[in-house]
Design a protein around this ligand. Structure first.
Ligand code: GRG
Length: 297
């Protein structure tokens, strides 16, 4: 990782952590158990990739740092809600998340359900209680964008397709369609919301940025599948990752590891090609992209 990027990222991570900490309800306020579970699920864990994208896109568009922090934190809250629900027995039935017992294991299932619901509401509360742009219509568009990205035509829809794909063979376009929704929609929202906090970009540039984010979101997922396979192979000597073992189609199960790596490389090249059109102003976004595609965890 570039040393300059490392110190920049640490600074941004501290900002988003402080913002999340400040806006999550305290445990001394009722209902204490729910608030404790919300804080347990959100704080002190995760790579915070989505807020980093909001910060970097915000720098490109000349956003106020405080505003980009709020945009990134709102997207992160939706992301954590999705992880808490995804881990539930009725979905992926996972016991570990971010190196700790999952929310329903540490607390209980009804609490985990309510944690997800409450984090989703908190995201929109956060996004609406501060003026993030001079033009209120732009802020309204940010709220609409996040709502759309989280809903049935975005992340929740992608999750429905994912659940429905168990035991099925998906074609590559079908797998791509699922991931563009399940993980891609929120990655795109992180980039676009961060950028909407500034006023330096025109609508053509927003289209370019969205195309960049779409490639990045897919690259993120392909790499996730590769890392999942590699981790399972190293730990158990098996050649399929957790999702494949759960009978879910993955990029590796469909393409094989070599072609999946090639696809990740192509998507990264395409994302970089789009960023190059912004010139040196997009350096941070390039660095975050490199961080995401070179990650080893
Ligand atoms: C329950 C409505 C609903 C949606 C769930 C995103 C999602 C949809 C489920 C997550 C399942 C999963 C593990 C997908 C693989 C890619 C992914 C999103 C991994 C987790 O994101 P990271 O790597 O996690 O950014 P951290 O913990 O670093 O934030």
């Amino acid at each position: 990782m570039h040393p300059d990027f490392q110190s920049w990222a640490s600074e941004q991570l501290a900002l988003v952590e402080t913002c999340l900490e400040k806006h999550l309800p305290e445990t001394n306020c009722a209902p204490a158990r729910l608030h404790d579970a919300m804080r347990y699920s959100v704080l002190g864990g995760g790579k915070r990739v989505r807020p980093l994208l909001s910060f970097a896109a915000g720098e490109l568009s000349g956003a106020d740092k405080t505003h980009a922090t709020i945009a990134g934190a709102a997207v992160e809250l939706i992301h954590v809600y999705s992880l808490v629900h995804d881990d539930l027995p009725c979905m992926d039935n996972d016991t570990l998340r971010r190196g700790k017992p999952t929310c329903h294991v540490r607390y209980d299932e009804p609490t985990a359900l309510l944690v997800g619901d409450s984090l989703q509401s908190l995201a929109f509360q956060l996004l609406t209680e501060t003026n993030l742009t001079e033009d209120p219509h732009v802020q309204l568009e940010m709220v609409r964008h996040l709502a759309f990205a989280a809903g049935s035509r975005g992340m929740a829809g992608g999750q429905a397709i994912d659940l429905d794909s168990v035991g099925k063979t998906l074609s590559l376009p079908e797998l791509e369609f699922m991931h563009i929704h399940k993980t891609g929609a929120l990655i795109r929202a992180a980039v676009i919301l961060g950028a909407r906090c500034g006023n330096r970009l025109d609508e053509t540039q927003f289209k370019l940025l969205d195309h960049f984010a779409k490639c990045m979101g897919l690259a993120f997922q392909v790499i996730d599948d590769i890392l999942d396979t590699e981790a399972t192979t190293a730990a158990l000597g098996k050649t399929a990752g957790k999702d494949a073992e759960n009978n879910k189609p993955t990029y590796v199960s469909i393409l094989g590891i070599k072609q999946a790596r090639e696809l990740a490389h192509e998507l990264r090249q395409e994302a970089t090609g789009v960023l190059n059109q912004f010139g040196s102003e997009a350096l941070r976004l390039q660095q975050v992209t490199d961080f995401i595609v070179q990650r080893e965890f």
